[in-house]
Each structure stands twice: as structure tokens, then as C-alpha cells.
Ligand binder design. Sequence first.
Ligand SMILES: [Fe+2]
Length: 248
Amino acid sequence: MRRRMPSLRRSPISLTKRKGTKRTTTSTNGKEQILTNQELQYDIYQPFGPSILKTKMPQGFVNLMNAEADRILYDEKLSKEHDWSHNLAGNVKKEIAIDHNKIPNLAEFLITMSKTYYKHTIDKEPADGSKVAFRVWVVSQYAGDFNPMHIHDSNLSGVAFLKMPAGFEAEYKKEDHHPTAGCLEFLGSIPNHFARHSYLVKPEVGDFYLFPSWLTHQVYPFRSKGERRSLAFNVHFTLDNPVKGVNV
Ligand SMILES: [Fe+2]
């Protein structure tokens, strides 16, 4: 697992734009005066704000999830039985509950990534005896569908992209400024100077993101023909059973 320290950026700067200059001083009226031909080191600390874990979901899980989703989505009776849209925020064609136990080792993968997130963000392991419960669903979107701004009602939440319309890349590239079609957007704060408030994610099949459930997010519509399919899930570290899906 790659891990970067996004909270600390360090870079040398030079007041004179000359590289390799030495720090020199001169004395004026008994006072030491620092000349401007020195290099300064600086740190920028970003100790606040939510962290997002990104990894690639193994292709085997993508294939098995798609097969299980196909089985339900292409059957109207099963789609109704598994309908999960009443618990969610999306304005999308279908949202179906998935039994994660039907995908071998998926639970282990989710537990591993959730515990990794836990450990790397608050620097400790979940307490002994912590329970990890999941709620997993699939969002099946077509042209014009969208998911308005919302949060989830759990501890951690995640998304993985399972399928994108064939024409999506071309559509995305057509947006010549601030492309957002079909994108997931996290909203970290209110817009302000010197504080990034939005993080846009372009969907790529297999990309997997894990984030705190209170982190507001939304999904933009797209126009291409075909399905944009994603897996979403909630992770509860403390409950015996997961509660519903999202809050708006
Ligand atoms: Fe969501």
C-alpha cells in the first residue's frame, strides 16, 4: 500500500531566485543584518480536514460485483426485491442492495482497507473487540441521472467504480474547462481563500475510495449512452448491524 504524507509540503525558496546561494550577513551599526541572498526553508502544515484513501480494487472483485449486479439489475423482479433507493439520495435509475457475503473475500478486503484508513488517520488500531459491519449497494446510473449532495450515516464510507459508458472518455475530454461530467465530488469545507473546498474524482473502473461518512459528496450527471455503475458501502466500527444508507 502506497502512503503519502499529504499534510506536509516542504520546498526551498530563494529571495534572489539564485540557486545554491549561501546565507551571508553583514554588520551595520553593530546590528546584524540578514542579506536577501539566502535560501529559506518552509513547511506548510495541513493538520485539519478529512483524509481520503485511494486504492485499486482487485479486478476479481470488479468482475464478481458486476456479475452479481447484472443478475439483479437485469431482472425486474429481483431489482424490486433488492431496491435500496428509499434509503439513498440518488436521482438514478436503480440502486440495489448487495449481499457482500456473496462475493468471496470482499468483506476481508473492506475490513483491511477500513482498518488501514483508521490506523493511518488517527494513528491507532480499532479497539479490541470492535465490530465491523457493512452495508453494500450498487448504483446504476444512466444519462441525466445524478446524486445530489449528501452524507452517509456510518463511520466510514466508500465507493468503487465498476463500469463506465463507452463514450464517457470522449464526453469528459470535450469539457474544455472544469470537467465534471459523471464525476464524484467531495466537499471538504465552505469556499474560502487559501482553503480548498472541493475534490473532484474522475471515475476510473476499479478505483476505490474510502472516506469519513460525514464528508459531503455528490455525483454529476453525464450524457453518454450506457451505464455508469458504482459500488458504495458503509462501514460501522461500533454497531452490530448497519443502519440505513445516507442522510441529505
Ligand atoms: Fe454517497
